[in-house]
Design a protein around this ligand. Structure first.
Ligand code: NI
Length: 173
């Protein structure tokens, strides 16, 4: 396993639509997933999409934020390959997001409160599930990366974006 270099805002790979994975299971895809997991844990991210490590394929992963505060003896990571969001709720929520490709900054982003999604796991089994709250937000954020979209194009208010210190001081009081 190895820690991969993370593409930062401005790199064209972040604005490209990712290609679907054509064959599962696949040794190369398994290796990408292992390396992505190690990279995400090292960077303390809640989610990661393959384009963020310069691999333009439809692979994303996330941790369940509800388990984050508890003792982290093991970290549970969900992988979704060729994911689709089947339904976005009309009801939305605004909350602060960061991104490993935009370090040191946060933005207030409007997302659907609930989604249903599906995708394949790394063995090619179909996963179908619903998510709400923070988990729904993370999945929508990572799914956007596969479309070549970063959260800065989904701000709830164009002023509610900036460096962590300023956001803390002026917005998160
Ligand atoms: Ni991101």
């Amino acid at each position: 396993m190895s820690i991969l270099k993370i593409a930062k805002m401005g790199h064209p790979v972040l604005f490209k639509k990712a290609d679907p994975v054509s064959k599962l299971p696949d040794q190369n895809v398994k290796k990408i997933i292992n390396d992505m997991s190690e990279t995400m844990i090292d960077a303390e991210g809640l989610g990661l999409a393959a384009p963020q490590v310069h691999i333009s394929k439809q692979i994303l992963m996330f941790r369940n934020p509800d388990l984050m505060d508890k003792e982290q003896k093991s970290i549970e990571i969900t992988v979704l390959i060729n994911p689709k969001i089947l339904n976005y709720s009309k009801e939305t929520e605004d909350d602060w997001e960061g991104c490993l490709s935009i370090p040191g900054m946060h933005g207030l982003v409007r997302r659907s409160s609930k989604i249903s999604y599906e995708g394949s796991d790394m063995n090619g089994n179909i996963i179908k599930n619903n998510a709400e709250g923070m988990l729904a937000r993370i999945i929508q954020h990572e799914f956007d990366h596969l479309l070549g979209v970063v959260y800065t194009s989904r701000l709830a208010d164009p002023r509610a974006f900036g460096f962590d210190n300023e956001i803390k001081q002026f917005w998160q009081k």
